[in-house]
Design a protein around this ligand. Structure first.
Ligand code: COA
Length: 166
């Protein structure tokens, strides 16, 4: 079910909020607020935050976010998360689509990302959005039980610039 949401760009001032949204999804490696602040101040980096109930000024209504980096004609997803109690409501897909559209408009030709092989939710989201495997990095992520490979996925963005027929 798609709940009403507002997605707005993140600023460096949102860094504490992004850290709060990131930690529940990545408890092994939470990113601190100052890391998000530095990222969002970096050239080519942008973030989007999704809020419930069209409340973009209320941090307590924030449900998820995405942070991406663009360089030359390539883009990459640095991190993406939706709060555990609010998944499967369409926000992850909406954040991803918003990031790809924004990047395509800025001239990004191909988008890349790394995803753990043991993350079926993210893999399904990305495959559904048109990403295809282009590489594999063995032992890339640390787990309590050992290490797990990352799949490198890519998606060309040219189709996002094609106007839809009337
Ligand atoms: C991956 C993640 C961002 C998806 O967010 P979400 O808001 O639940 O995603 P959506 O509701 O937009 O789902 C879109 C599609 O992705 C797929 N999908 C999402 N979660 C899934 C799951 N648990 N199992 C199977 N498919 C799933 C489905 O195809 C889904 O469409 P559907 O609901 O119509 O079947 C979320 O699960 C998350 O935050 N996970 C932890 C952090 C993470 O893994 N980030 C990505 C790191 S690379």
């Amino acid at each position: 079910m798609l709940t009403p949401e507002t997605v707005r760009p993140a600023t460096a001032g949102d860094a504490p909020l992004l850290a709060t949204l990131h930690a529940p999804s990545f408890p092994e490696e939470p990113w601190p607020a100052d890391a998000f602040a530095a990222l969002l101040d970096s050239p080519g980096v942008f973030g989007l935050i999704g809020f419930a109930d069209s409340s973009p000024d209320r941090p307590d209504r924030a449900r998820g976010f995405i942070v991406c980096r663009m360089a030359a004609d390539e883009g990459e997803i640095l991190t993406l998360a939706v709060l555990p109690g609010h998944r499967r409501a369409g926000l992850g897909g909406r954040l991803l689509a918003g990031a790809l559209a924004r990047s395509a408009a800025w001239g990004t030709g191909t988008f890349f990302l790394e995803v753990a092989e043991d993350n079926p939710a993210a893999l399904a989201l990305y495959r559904g959005a048109g990403f295809e495997p282009v590489g594999r990095r063995p032992g890339y992520y640390r787990r309590d039980t050992g290490r797990v490979a990352a799949l490198v996925l890519a998606r060309r963005l040219a189709d996002l610039l094609t106007p839809s027929p009337p």
